[in-house]
Design a protein around this ligand. Structure first.
Ligand code: NAI
Length: 289
């Protein structure tokens, strides 16, 4: 049995893949109604899978039955084997969440963080038993992106990363085992993709639509950097860029462009606000005039 805390874009996807793999999942969110909304979203996703012939009604009903909404209180997670958190990307909040859970869950319960950019070692340092803490970093959208980084912090026990790797296999996700390091593997390697694209835009070399097209058609990426920024949300991507830059002691090659922070502060976050580098109407992108 597992728990998922934080049922936004990532938490609901993680809950879906776990429940589809047969794991009973307790769902909680600090925002009243968010867990219920996530369950409704998953129900719609499963209905779409039925329409595409990817599963049947019995699978949908059984999956939804495994999603149990509980209050966002540590006691609600007593008896689970694993808690995955996908709450706000803030070190102090994540540390408080895990240290608060420790007395309520059993000694063998794994505490996994879906953090994109924070140090797993630092999150674990707030716990009485840091050996049980690891990173379990999925990608958006979780049911489609069949990879996950299993991140070992400085004190993570090998049985913890082994258990998460095995669980990833059950959900059909291929685990990449990585050591705790700024941006882990994907967001470290991805600096050349996102940060450099913003610099190209800042230098007036090309428009987002042209950069995206080139990266798709010539470089073979599934989506361009600005399409990805809009999908993830600049409120998530910008702090990740700044965090990785700072964790590498301001190494110039990781320095974010001021464009990202300006756009984040202006509320041009991407699909979630209806406008980012593109404008969205009925969920479809329209090139900004
Ligand atoms: P989101 O904003 O869509 O969802 C976060 C949810 O957590 C919200 O429903 C919020 O009410 C809830 N929450 C916040 N603080 C809480 C607390 N203390 N206790 C319980 N619930 C709380 O965020 P998103 O995008 O799902 O990101 C969640 C985490 O996943 C972050 O750490 C982020 O860096 C990471 N991540 C995000 C990716 C993305 O593409 N959006 C990709 C991979 C990782």
């Amino acid at each position: 049995m597992a728990g998922v805390i934080g049922t936004g874009s990532m938490g609901r996807g993680i809950a879906q893949v776990l429940a589809e793999a047969g794991v009973v999942v307790r769902l909680a969110d600090a925002d009243p109604g968010a867990a219920e909304a996530a369950r409704g979203f998953i129900a719609d996703m499963l209905a779409r899978k039925i329409a595409k012939g990817q599963c049947d009604e019995a699978h949908r009903v059984a999956t939804l039955d495994r999603l149990v909404i509980v209050p966002a209180e540590p006691e609600a997670f007593a008896g689970v084997d694993l808690v995955v958190e996908a709450i706000v990307e803030a070190l102090d909040v994540k540390r408080r969440l895990f240290s608060g859970l420790e007395p309520a869950v059993g000694p063998d319960c794994i505490l996994a963080s879906n953090t994109s950019s924070l140090s797993v070692t630092a999150i674990a340092a707030g716990c009485a038993v840091p050996e049980r803490v690891a990173g379990f970093h999925f990608f958006n959208p979780v049911p489609v992106m069949k990879i996950v980084e299993v991140v070992a912090g400085a004190r993570t026990a090998p049985w913890v990363t082994a258990a998460l790797t095995a669980l990833a296999g059950r959900t059909g996700h291929r685990a990449a085992n990585v050591a705790d390091s700024p941006g882990f593997l994907v967001n470290h390697a991805g600096r050349g993709f996102g940060v450099e694209a913003l610099r190209i835009l800042q230098d007036g070399v090309a428009r987002p639509v042209d950069i995206d097209r080139i990266m798709r058609d010539a470089a073979g990426f599934r989506m361009g950097p600005f399409e990805l920024f809009d999908l993830v949300g600049l409120d998530v991507s910008q702090p990740v860029m700044e965090s990785i830059y700072n964790q590498f002691f301001q190494e110039p090659r990781f320095r974010p462009s001021p464009i990202g922070r300006n756009r984040m502060e202006s509320g041009l976050l991407g699909r979630k606000t209806g406008a980012g580098f593109y404008v969205y109407e009925n969920g479809r992108a329209r090139i900004e005039p």
